[in-house]
Design a protein around this ligand. Structure first.
Ligand code: GDP
Ligand code: IMO
Ligand code: MG
Length: 422
């Protein structure tokens, strides 16, 4: 009987899917608990690339059960498209994908509102993925949203859709309304067989001794409350989000693994104290292929920020760390890790999440030597260059947490499990 949470601990795209897929061999169930198609989770298996948006990253293991929990928001048409494209690649969803009927629906209007609000904000925009996430979660809080389970009841669905447009004070033409209703009923027929009350299933599975993995989307610094608000997403990305998003009791959470990139990236607007620009950032972006998996936008690049990482580790109650994309740093003459923030010549006690304050801090860095040796096929801690070990140990010391997994390439096999450091 065990459960593990795998979380992105910075601003997303930490390589969560790669780690979920790596651990996936040992688990029976993989569950998403928040977010929606704003996520872009990439897995490379024997050179073949898969990008998941709503489907959990455990789906590549044919025996693994996958759950999309109640805390997510689902674009039903997008999910059907994602599933159909995976089916064409030979993935079978029968009796192994379960979508909670309480998950919120992302409708076409949500995406329009997302784009419109970004347009209206102009230079003050958040830089959202445009997937309608903010408006969909807002409507849930306003109680005018539709939910997955509504797709199963035509008359109720019609009533809810009507109320939804009334709430938004939109007078949809009869033909547009009919078209949307029909398309929802049709997608409901496709998704209907996958719907369930997944909270009970997860609890039963846990009691039966199955191993359950909770797959985070986005990252802690994008959490609606604890992130760098307002430059955040609209869900709870922290470990606490698991229980609300799945109905899994907090007492049953056994381990929490935090995923960090060996450096930092961010897509979209908002403060980023360790950001670097110019040729070095371009080099890292190019080597790490740092372009959004969902939107294709170039990701902003920065040094590892141990102050933000400590905040994230504490908020989530991490047990251990997975460090990804370490190979991308190969060949750089020296590497930096931010160990403290300075403001008015004073060292701050820790992370500050207000954007004004975060923009004002001055990062103080440790400078460490780089390495030249290609590490992308190394399989053990022992075989890593001494400078690489030194870099990982510095992160470990600053976070006071053990590094348990190191990723040195995109593929499943390019992963080092650190059992014992020699
Ligand atoms: P996620 O959203 O956290 O799952 O991360 P993304 O999939 O959006 O972005 C991570 C990117 O880094 C993907 O393209 C991965 O295939 C890639 N990746 C993951 N781990 C490694 C690694 O150790 N080295 C390299 N070079 N790429 C990696
Ligand atoms: P994964 O799961 C990186 C960012 C957007 C924007 C902010 C709000 O692949 O790590 P939203 O569309 O959620 O309203 O956008 O959050 N963002 C992500 N950044 N990875 C993600 O997901 C993200 N999902 C949202 O860029 O800054
Ligand atoms: Mg991503």
């Amino acid at each position: 009987m065990s459960s593990i949470i795998v979380l992105g601990c910075m601003w997303g795209d930490e390589g969560k899917a790669k780690i979920v897929d790596f651990i996936g061999a040992e688990v029976d169930v993989v569950t998403r608990f928040q977010g929606g198609a704003n996520a872009g989770h990439t897995i490379v298996l024997e050179g073949k690339k898969y990008v998941f948006h709503t489907v959990p990253s455990g789906i590549l293991y044919p025996e693994t059960q996958c759950v999309i929990g109640a805390g997510t928001v689902i674009d039903p048409l997008g999910l059907r498209e994602e599933m159909q494209s995976l089916m064409l690649q030979g993935i079978d969803f029968t009796d192994r994908l379960f979508i909670d009927e309480r998950a919120g629906l992302v409708l076409a209007l949500h995406k329009q509102l997302d784009h419109k609000s970004e347009e209206n904000l102009g230079t003050g925009k958040i830089g959202t993925t445009g997937k309608g996430i903010g408006p969909a979660y807002s409507d849930q809080a306003a109680r005018c949203a539709l939910r997955m389970g509504d797709l199963r009841y035509p008359e109720w669905l019609e009533q809810r859709l009507n109320n939804f447009y009334k709430y938004h004070q939109i007078n949809l033409s009869a033909s547009d309304y009919k078209e949307e209703l029909e398309s929802l009923l049709e997608v409901g027929k496709f998704l209907g067989p996958f719907m369930a009350q997944t909270d009970q299933m997860l609890r039963d599975w846990y009691k039966e001794g199955k191993k359950i993995l909770f797959e985070g989307a986005q990252g802690t610094l994008l959490d609606l409350i604890y992130g760098t608000y307002p430059f955040v997403t609209s869900s709870h990305t922290v470990s606490g989000g698991v229980c609300v998003g799945t109905g899994f009791p907090p007492r049953w959470l056994d381990r929490i693994l935090g995923v960090f990139k060996a450096y930092t990236t961010r897509v979209g607007a908002g403060p980023f104290p360790t950001e670097i620009e110019g040729p070095l950032a371009d080099q890292i972006r190019h080597k790490g292929n740092e372009y959004g998996s969902t939107t294709g936008r170039p990701r902003r690049i920065g040094w590892f920020d141990a102050v933000a990482a400590q905040y994230s580790a504490a908020l989530n109650g991490l047990d251990s760390l997975a460090i990804t994309l370490l190979d991308v740093l190969t060949g750089l003459p020296e590497l930096k890790i931010c160990h403290s923030y300075i403001k008015h010549n004073q060292v701050l006690p820790g992370f500050v999440s207000h954007p004004i304050e975060l923009n004002e801090v001055q990062p103080e860095y440790l400078t460490l030597p780089g390495w030249d040796i290609d590490i992308s096929n190394i399989q053990t801690w022992k075989a890593l260059p001494k400078e690489t070990k030194q870099y990982l140990e510095a992160i470990q010391d600053l976070l006071k947490l053990p590094v348990k997994i190191v990723s040195v390439g995109q593929d499943r096999h390019q992963t080092i499990v650190i059992k014992e450091k020699v």
